[in-house]
Design a binder for this molecule. Structure first.
Ligand code: NAD
Length: 294
């Protein structure tokens, strides 16, 4: 099996790497947080002391980092990984970053004969753990075919969105819809409960009616409605509000680039910024519910 480096073992990266290990891929793993590295080392991965150590002998490199600056910092520049990797290496970059940033990393990889995909994901930590993520891939179709068996060990839906950066464009469109749905669900839950409905009854009615959406299916923001949702665990785990604010910012930049009007996305960004100002950025993004509770 292909020797693989996995860098970034946070909420998403750790369960994704775990699924690769279970599928038999030999992994060398690195994160700035040592405890995450140790967890996977206890499950059969080799622990690396640095990103450079992780990529030693690797034929494939996978990364799952917070934002554009982390990805550019990891790959670009004289000390970056692209300067160290041999031509022919496959890099699968799964973080959600600016399409422009992804194109910059693609260009640097291409110059060195390294095959790179931008492959952001959807499906949340539940999808990462279950191996049912959706991958939205930007890059060469033939590179995607090389990566497909590994992606299939982590996800069920694998889409070729288009050329370099297209995976990131698809991802910011998707997350803008997700944020708007989450806010709409949260404000409706608060209104219904304030007018006397049981939260679980209202949630089920909307889920089975024309207001039904992904947040009502899998991720209800009202505490106690869904046992395993972050809302029922003090809004811990899941997808941090600060990362959603980042993605909504990327969506606004993408819209500015093309001259599109995206008023719902703009309002969603403002509401998430408000949450960040309230010190809730590290909580799951469904904590937006608290803006509407009277
Ligand atoms: P996270 O903050 O939990 O994990 C990021 C990890 O990267 C952290 O463990 C951090 O220590 C590590 N890291 C940062 N810089 C590093 C470096 N230079 N070298 C090694 N490790 C480094 O974030 P997450 O929730 O896992 O999200 C990761 C990416 O996936 C983000 O771009 C996010 O927008 C996207 N995403 C998240 C979810 C979700 O539900 N959490 C869903 C889809 C997409």
């Amino acid at each position: 099996m292909t020797q693989t480096a996995f860098i970034g073992l946070g909420h998403m990266g750790l369960p994704m790497a775990r699924n690769l290990l279970r599928a038999g891929y030999p992994l060398k793993v690195f994160d700035l947080v040592r405890s995450a590295v140790d967890t996977l080392a206890g499950e059969g991965a080799v622990a690396a002391d640095s990103a450079a150590d992780a990529i030693d002998q690797a034929k494939v490199v996978i990364s799952m980092l917070p934002a554009s600056r982390h990805v550019e910092g990891l790959y670009l520049g004289d000390d970056g990984l692209l300067a160290r990797l041999p031509a022919g290496t496959l890099v699968i970059e799964c973080s959600t970053i600016a399409p422009e940033s992804a194109r910059k990393v693609h260009a640097a990889a291409r110059e060195r004969g390294i095959a790179l995909l931008d492959a952001p994901v959807s499906g949340g930590t539940g999808g990462a753990a279950a191996g049912t993520l959706t991958f939205m891939v930007g890059g060469e179709a033939q590179t995607l075919e090389k990566a497909r068996p590994m992606l299939a060990a982590m996800g069920t839906n694998i889409f070729h969105a288009g050329p370099e950066g297209a995976g990131q464009v698809a991802k910011v469109c998707n997350n803008q819809v997700l944020a708007v749905q989450m806010i709409a669900t949260a404000e409706a839950m608060a209104m219904g409960v304030a007018n006397g409905l049981e939260p679980a009854v209202l949630a089920e009615i909307m889920r089975q009616s024309s207001g039904g959406n992904w947040t009502l299916e899998k991720y209800n923001p009202w505490p106690g409605v869904m046992e395993n949702a972050p809302a029922s665990k003090g809004y811990s785990g899941g997808f941090m509000a600060e990362l959603m604010a980042k993605d909504l910012g990327l969506a606004q930049e993408t819209a500015s680039h093309s001259g599109n009007s995206t008023p719902m996305g703009a309002l969603a960004l403002q509401l998430y910024r408000l949450l960040l100002k309230q010190g809730k950025g590290k909580q799951d993004f469904s904590v937006v519910q608290q803006l509407f509770v009277q």
